[in-house]
Design a binder for this molecule. Structure first.
Ligand SMILES: [Zn+2]
Length: 360
């Protein structure tokens, strides 16, 4: 990792400044990507923005900024919002009180244009950059993990992927907003899709495809996942939002499942079952068959104490005597066979017998 410190005059940073809304913000003779395409919108408050300009006008130091160098181009990793504040002020886009760029004196303008920002240029391998950026990503302009990755794995693949996944009202959002958490401009949809398709290996996936022209493979996969969910569970409930649908699709997408109407009546039944304490787990349970997703209600301490006293401290299976702390509450009829979490279905077992009986 090669990191070098440079002094860059504001005159040079604002040279070639352009702002094309979602197409991104450029400066430094268009060699600096201030805000890449489809990245989140500028969010500085007036007070913070004004503080940047006041700092410069008084010749106080601004915090150091970080630019990532790749070829002849730079991308801002830290300092994006300060840089946008500076460019917008010099471009006459806002005033501080009654002082706008157009009514500053020439001397005042020159002072600002000659002010030097301290900038670290960073060059290195992708994994070196990612490790370093994660460390410096602590100040007010915090980036999400996926925004950090996007700063590293730039290239045609990412540009194409962002078209589907990263714009306000993008296709991925319109297709999957009821099933996926987060926001496209904070890159949550892109992150989710790569996480599912790459089976948790997001960096590896992005690195492998970085120089490809098209992200269609990822997009078509994402569509297939969501279409599968809609076909398996056509009746929507809010508990379906944010589930690991891609993981379920990867594992069980080819499995023959009961019909949509049979599944729907199971969903209904489980939604009404008071012993199912994690309702969002119903979908995972119905696909995988694993009861752990349901968080079946456990017996209370007082129910267990009563049963323990009734059994005179003896395990119902081996009939040995135990302390209550060495025993566990067991469903006589397992929940999966219709047994409820109620006192008349409770027996206290020693830990060994309970393990042998299986989770009850
Ligand atoms: Zn026992």
């Amino acid at each position: 990792m090669n990191i070098t410190l440079h002094e860059i005059a504001i005159r040079d940073i604002v040279n070639g400044y352009t702002d094309n809304q979602e197409e991104g913000v450029l400066g430094y003779e268009k060699k600096l990507n201030i805000r890449p395409k489809y990245q989140r919108e500028f969010v500085y408050k007036d007070r913070q923005r004004n503080a940047v300009i006041e700092t410069i006008r008084q010749n106080f130091p601004l915090n150091v900024m970080y630019w990532m160098k790749s070829g002849d181009m730079f991308e801002i990793l830290d300092g994006q919002q300060r840089t946008v504040s500076i460019c917008q002020y010099v471009n006459g886009e806002y005033a501080i009180g009654d002082r706008a760029w157009y009514n500053l004196t020439n001397d005042e303008r020159e002072q600002i244009l000659n002010y030097k920002c301290m900038v670290y240029f960073c060059e290195g391998t992708d994994s070196e950059k990612l490790a370093w950026f994660r460390i410096i990503n602590t100040a007010g302009e915090r980036l999400t993990e996926q925004e950090l990755r996007n700063a590293i794995y730039t290239g045609p693949w990412l540009t194409d992927a962002k078209r589907h996944f990263s714009k306000t009202n993008c296709a991925a959002y319109n297709l999957a907003k009821d099933y996926v958490n987060g926001s496209p401009i904070r890159q949550d949809f892109l992150e989710t899709a790569i996480n599912w398709f790459g089976k948790g290996h997001i960096n590896e996936y992005m690195s492998k495809h970085q120089h490809e022209e098209s992200a269609n493979e990822l997009w078509l996969y994402f569509c297939a996942v969501i279409e599968w969910v809609k076909a398996v569970f056509p009746a929507y409930r809010r508990e379906m939002k944010g589930l690991p649908w891609g993981e379920l699709y990867n594992e069980h997408g080819k499995k023959k499942l009961p019909s949509a109407s049979d599944l729907e009546s199971r969903v209904k039944e489980l939604m009404e079952d008071d012993d199912v304490t994690k309702k969002s787990g119903i979908y995972q349970y119905l696909i995988t068959g694993d009861e752990k997703h349901l968080n079946i209600r456990a017996f209370t301490e007082s129910q267990k104490r009563k049963a323990f006293e009734k059994q005179n401290g003896k395990c119902s299976i081996c009939e040995e005597t135990f302390k209550i702390d060495d025993m566990e509450g067991d469903h006589v009829t397992p929940w999966s066979e219709g047994g409820k979490t109620q006192p008349d279905n409770l027996q206290m077992l020693c830990k060994d017998c309970n393990r042998r009986k299986g989770k009850g």
